[in-house]
Structures are given as structure tokens and as C-alpha cells.
Design a protein around this ligand. Sequence first.
Ligand SMILES: Cc1ncc(COP(=O)(O)O)c(C=O)c1O
Length: 492
Amino acid sequence: MLDPSPDEIRRWGNAAVDAVADYLGAIRDRSVYPDTSAREIRTRAEDSLPLEGVEFEKLLQSFRDLIVPFSRHNGHPRMFGYVQSPGTAVAAFADLLASTLNANLTAWRSAPAAVELERLTIDWIRQILRFHEGASGLFVSGGSMANLAALVTARREKASSDLVSKGAHSLARAMRLYVSEETHHSIAKAATLLGLGRENVRVVAVDERFKIRIDDLIGKITEDQAAGHFPFFVAANAGTVNTGACDPLGDVKQVARRFNLWMHVDASYGGFAILANSARPLFAGLEEADSVALDPHKWLYLPVDCGCVIYRNPELARAAFTHNADYTRVMGEKADEAFAFWDYGPELSRRFRALKVWMLLKGVGLKTLGEAIEKDLACARHFESLVRQSDDFEMLAPIELSIFCFRYVPSQWKAALAAADDVSRQRMELELNDLNERLLLALRRDGSSYLSNASIGGRFSLRGCVMNYRTRLQDMQILIDDLRRVAATLRP
Ligand SMILES: Cc1ncc(COP(=O)(O)O)c(C=O)c1O
């Protein structure tokens, strides 16, 4: 088993590819979510420490019998929860090939072809974003790590003292950063990890479309300056996780310029929608950011993990991340070959993530990807029109990209809500929250469609995100039908 012959590898490979084909071929017919428990899965798994090995066929059988039936199927066309990509077959094969080569992308000398491929695909992403030629970056595990890497770089660049050698204690003033109420929590978490302190993460109000309010941003910055703090970083959103809102990037950039802030854009969810004609205008100004976080494992439909950070000036990242050690010393190579990714991000050992990005972009092409993303956007808009035509659902947030937030309001409740006084309305709102939460859980148990949730202005919202080339307009009607069917089984 440790060192199989080529014939054995072929036999295993064929059997594994059969499992892949069977799985993906039947994905539309599966329940999105299994009705199971931790206890059931643990009971089925043989849990004794394996002293002797078993045949490959037995391992594959466990994948078929234990893993597949008790998984949430993220590639299912009605998996609308969270911000979940379906994965692609070509990327699954890329992962197999990357693991076969087992390249470790620390530095050019460790993996020449792989490192070049990462630099090439990062440059393709730079071009997709319309960033200037000097911009560059690297792949990381996901959007959270990309946000962290950007914040590390920004803090080092903007700090008034030498943070790399003297540390945060040397700062005379508290460094403050600005996020909106809708910003993903990974940025506040990164600030905490860096010792910036949660109190120094200022939360800026949003407007009725859930976009950052520029007046409140300016107000908070000037207030902080007057109080002796040091504003240094603003994060704008290109697709928030709750509703998909895109902040006005050009306006945020103007504020950043005026107050000399680092402008970061969290485009982890929305960024690749720039490939879709109808969404492109939302990203005007993105190319002006100092850094951008993206997630190819979201709207490039790739399997986890693959995040990406792009720096306007990569030399600033190098100043923050570079460290000297004997085992990282690069000896006697020309500039291009002396390149090391460890100088631009937090990780040393790194997987060959670029292979799946390269195989996808080269194999599928931007035109088809743009059309698939456009179709996702159309599905979300179609869902909105179905809700607006209905008398038992209502939208809770405008649709900007492919996220839809709505709730179930049985038709008799709608009239009662409109006629109710404040006290009764409040009570009914609480009851509606409860009803929608129960509906969400029942929908998941039902298994035909899967949603997640959000809180919109204190209301419990059902929330869906279309991010799947398999999802069709008809699936949006099926979702509505599923919700009605499941709602009919709930007590009022
Ligand atoms: C806007 C936004 N930022 C950051 C993240 C975190 O990304 P990851 O899960 O890849 O770390 C997400 C995840 O959904 C997101 O939607």
C-alpha cells in the first residue's frame, strides 16, 4: 500500500475515477443534506486504531458508504447556503496531480514550474481585476487569511514606529481601522490576532442598501483624530456576506486618500463577478485599492482551499513578512529565481493551489466563466421576481449580486401585519422570526433545497446564494415550492 506498482496505481485510479463520475453524475438527484447525527456516523465508522492496513478497495467503499451518504452536497444545484462553491471535476483532477507532484511552493528553488505557474495565474487574476502591472500577490487558504495578510502589510506600512523590530508596544497612538456593519468578521478577527484590539475596529453604519455610509466613515475618522487616535486602514466590501452589497469603492478611495488610510477591498465573495457584464460596473474603483482579498474557492467554482491576496505594491508586503533564517537564505540565484513566497505572506510550506486555478482558467476560459456567473446573477434576480409575485414571501434586502434575503409570511399574516398597532406588530415580528427559523431547519431536514440565514434589521431572514454553474432558473421555482411544501407541515 505504501509504494504501489504502476499497475496497482492504475487499478486504484480507475476505481477512484469511477467513484468521482458516479458521485458527480448523480448529484442533482441527491438530498442536499443528510438526516443524520454525529453518533450515527461515529457508530458506522470503525474507530479502533488501525494496526494492520486494508485494501484500497475497502477504503474506497468507505468513501461511497460512509462519507458520501452522510455529507452535505455542496455541488448540488440547490445548495444555496453560505457562500459555497460547487467545485469542478477539472480542479479535482488538478488536486490529484498537485498531490502527486507534492510540490512545496515555498520558494522558486523548491518548485520552479509550480512557482512560475502561481506567479502566472496571480498575474491573470491581477488582469481580471484591472490592476496595474506592478501589483502582485499569492494564494492563501481563503479570504480570512487574505484579509489577515493585507492587514499585516497595511499596519507595518502605516505604523509610526518600526513595528517589525519594536512591536506594537512602541506605538504612541492606538491604530484604528474602519469596517462597515456588514463587513465579514474575519477582518475584526485579524485585528484581534494582531493585537490591535477590538475597540480599535470602528464599525461604520450602512445605508438602506447595506453599503457603507461615507458620511459616517468620515465622521468616525475625524472623531478619532480629534481624540488622539491614529486612523490607518479602511476595508470596503465588494460583496458582503449577508446581502452581497458592494460599497462605493471610488468614494471610499477618496476618503482613504484624504485621510491617508490604506484601502483594502474584501472581494472574497463578489470579486470574480467582475467577469459578468451586468455586475462589472459595481467594481469600478477596485483597481485603486492598496490590497484585495479574493476567494477562487468561491466564484471561480474551485474546491477549497484557495484564497488570494493582491497587493498594489508587493514590496510593502515583503517589508512586513520577510524574515531571515539560515534555512530560508537564498544563495546565488538571479533575481527572478531568488523569489520566495514566504516573503509575501504568513505561510512557509504551501500547497500547489495554482494548478487548479491554472487548469480551470485555461481549460474553461474567461468567457464561459463570465457566462456562468451571469447565469447565477440571473437566478437570484429570478428568485426575487418570484417572491414579488407571491403573496406568501417577501424580500428583506435588495439583490446586488447573487445573494437573496427573504422570509416567509403566510398571506393571512401580511394583511394582519399591515393593520396591526405597534405592540401587536412587535409580537408578530417575533413570531415570524420563530416561524422562519423553524422553516429553515425543516427545509434542511427535507433535503431538496438548502438555505442559510441572516439577520436583517433584527428580522430573521432566510438567505440564499447562487454560486453554481449547475443551478438553473427552474431550481429557483423548486426552492419556492419546497418552502411552501415544508411550511405546510409546520404548526403556525
Ligand atoms: C465577504 C467575505 N469575506 C471573507 C470571507 C472568509 O472567507 P474564507 O471562508 O475563505 O476564509 C467570506 C466567506 O464567506 C466572505 O463572504
